[in-house]
Design a protein around this ligand. Sequence first.
Ligand code: F6P
Length: 255
Amino acid sequence: SSIQVLTGRTSLQAKLERALHVKRVIVAPGNSDEQDWVKKEMSRACVDEMIQTLGEGDVVAVAGGTTLAALAAAVYPHARLSNVTFVPARGGLGEDVELQANTISADLAKQAEANYRLLHVPDQLSETAYDSLIEEPGIRELLQLIRHPRMVIHSVGDALSMATRRGSTEEHLQGLETKSAQSEAFGYYFDHHGKIVHKERTIGLQLSDLNEEQMVITVAGGASKAKAIASYMTHRPSDLLITDEAAAKAVLDTL
Ligand code: F6P
């Protein structure tokens, strides 16, 4: 019956909260790897959280990817969101334009009838270019917003799949493999202890910027992401994990 189904997911949530030491977990039905509607279900839960948490003048930093693209398609205008500003969490990471944080942030704002700011930085920055770019007045002002948001919404990917999707060199891929990278989230790569093993050089939100003032929402589903979710969630900031049933079960099996 539907009550039993609900109880099953509720107990998965409680088990994951304990196993991953995360305040709250929401488990949507299904498997994002196989069913398109699952990302929509996870997105709906995320939109509910946004509406409950956000208000006048708040800044929301968002990452890129297909999960966040589904979120942008699911959001709708709401009084609590109308004076929110969406910003990309970090600059270019080598993704196709439709999966870039800039695009997702603008799409979220358009769908929610809210505001957005774009961060224009090239994907491959030399150290010198990086150093002078962050001193630009326009960029500095925007970085202030990006680095102190009210909410951060991001997904997590399998390290090697993400590096491959971004067209990384063979050398980079091998380097990640050598360092046992398991997961990736906003340009950081982590091993299975949750230790940072590589960081892409781009401007924007740094993991070390995050503290209790931000609500960090991690949205990641699909059994194929189980190891990545376990790796990221072990030691990284997240107040709420929104996942799906297949990933939840697979995560509990990996731990
Ligand atoms: O590249 C942006 C990004 O947010 C990554 O940080 C993350 O690992 C990935 O996208 C998730 O992508 P998807 O939602 O398509 O699995």
